[in-house]
Write a protein that binds this ligand. Structure first.
Ligand code: NAD
Ligand code: DAU
Length: 354
């Protein structure tokens, strides 16, 4: 059987991608390579646990020997690279792991892929792909009237997270130009949907709202993000993997800019309908807290190239995507308690102790 190798497939995006891929494809299996950090969870993969097309390997992408063994054993047709440290707030407090996984890990994976691809026969080499999943954060911060980010926006990363992702993007680009590795890179805006770890805005707010805790909005709440439902992102990645032009970059976004405060209000109003409180509104739990250091003011994506070349547009509106997301969290409280380890609870408690 032919396989694709997915890194970070027990995390939010990678997990959704693996489920989405196996639900849509009879043809190819998945080698799921994940270290299982605090953000990775086997429970996310429960729906495919007994699917013989899904092979899970608890492996660190910095481990070259283990990667070489996986390439040699399964001879993947493509690599889809999600594995990363992904949370900006963590990168501010503990940047070291971001440099290790996002830069050294991507370098190690590129080296393993280069060695593997170099030894492939002509037919296999023509179809091999390395899809690198990056972020819009590498482009820095937009002013209120600036045009959206696009494939030609210069890099200006502002956090240790985005700087480490930018470094990994540059390595991926260099491996194409120098060694001819058949790479594709995507830069996506903020995703939301099922299985997102409750440290990111939307799942954190849902968990805190239901737990009767405060809803901490950073600064004045007027920071803008461009929201994309995770299944729409998975569909975009499938298109890029199937038909993207080698060495090209594609920006992926939801065409849906909102301030954080608007997002939290919408979420509270939806919860008021779906799970009303005994009295009052979830909005009563909102508080404003100290801003994130170096907090980027606005991200927004121009996804025209993806539409023009590959015919992709998001299928969900923010309203429909958020409703599915909120309902999923209401129905899957056990998943939330499982992933909220003691370590993560202590971290949050410490941060908000003051
Ligand atoms: P996540 O934190 O939910 O998941 C990351 C996964 O990578 C986890 O399963 C973790 O165990 C695994 N991992 C971490 N270090 C590893 C290592 N050294 N070796 C192997 N596995 C390791 O992240 P996410 O939100 O799913 O993001 C996935 C990718 O998409 C990241 O590269 C991120 O930069 C990018 N991205 C995310 C978003 C978003 O909104 N979530 C938007 C644009 C781009
Ligand atoms: O833009 C793509 C990026 O989106 C991805 O590359 C990152 O991996 C992903 O984490 C996300 O980064 P953000 O920093 O935008 O996401 P986060 O959910 O942490 O925060 C979204 C916005 O909400 C941001 O402006 C900070 C704010 N926020 C966040 C949290 C956790 C709050 O106001 N309160 C909070 O408690």
């Amino acid at each position: 059987m032919s396989h694709i190798l997915v890194t970070g497939g027990a995390g939010f995006l990678g997990g959704n991608f693996v489920l989405n891929w196996l639900a849509n494809s009879d043809a190819e299996g998945v080698i799921n390579v994940d270290k299982l950090t605090y953000a990775g969870n086997r429970k996310t993969l429960a729906p495919v646990e007994d699917d013989p097309r899904h092979i899970f390997s608890q492996t660190d992408i910095c481990d070259r020997t283990a990667l070489d063994d996986l390439f040699a054993k399964y001879k993947p047709r493509a690599v889809v690279h999600f594995a990363a440290e992904s949370h900006v707030d963590r990168s501010i407090h503990e940047p070291g792991e971001f440099v290790r996984t996002n830069i050294v890990g991507t370098f190690t994976l590129l080296e393993a892929a280069r060695a593997y691809c170099g030894a492939l026969g002509a037919d296999a080499k023509v179809v091999f792909r390395f899809l690198h999943v990056s972020t819009d954060e590498v482009f820095g911060s937009l002013g209120p009237n600036d045009p959206q980010f696009s494939e030609t926006t210069p890099y200006a990363p502002n956090s240790p997270y985005s700087a480490s992702k930018a470094a990994s993007d540059h390595l991926v680009r260099a491996y194409h130009h120098t060694y001819g590795l058949p790479v594709l890179t995507t830069h996506c805006s903020n995703n939301y949907g099922p299985y997102q770890f409750p440290e990111k805005l939307i799942p954190l707010m849902i968990a805190n709202a239901l737990g009767g805790k405060f809803l901490p909005v950073y600064g004045d709440g007027q920071h803008v993000r461009d929201w994309l439902y995770v299944d729409d992102h998975c569909a975009a990645l499938r298109e890029v993997l199937a038909r993207g032009r080698l060495g090209e970059v594609y920006t992926v976004g939801g065409w849906h800019e909102m301030t954080n405060l608007e997002v939290v209000y919408t979420l509270c109003d939806m919860l008021d309908q779906l799970k009303p409180k005994a009295s009052g509104s979830y909005r009563d739990q909102i508080i404003f807290v100290k801003d994130r250091p170096g907090h980027d003011r606005r991200y927004a994506i121009n996804a025209r190239k993806l539409e023009r070349e590959l015919g992709w547009r998001p299928a969900e509106t923010f309203e429909t995507g958020l409703r599915k997301t909120v309902q999923w969290y209401l129905d899957n409280q056990a998943w939330v308690s499982d992933v909220m380890s003691g370590e993560h609870r202590n971290r949050l408690a410490k941060r908000y102790a003051a």
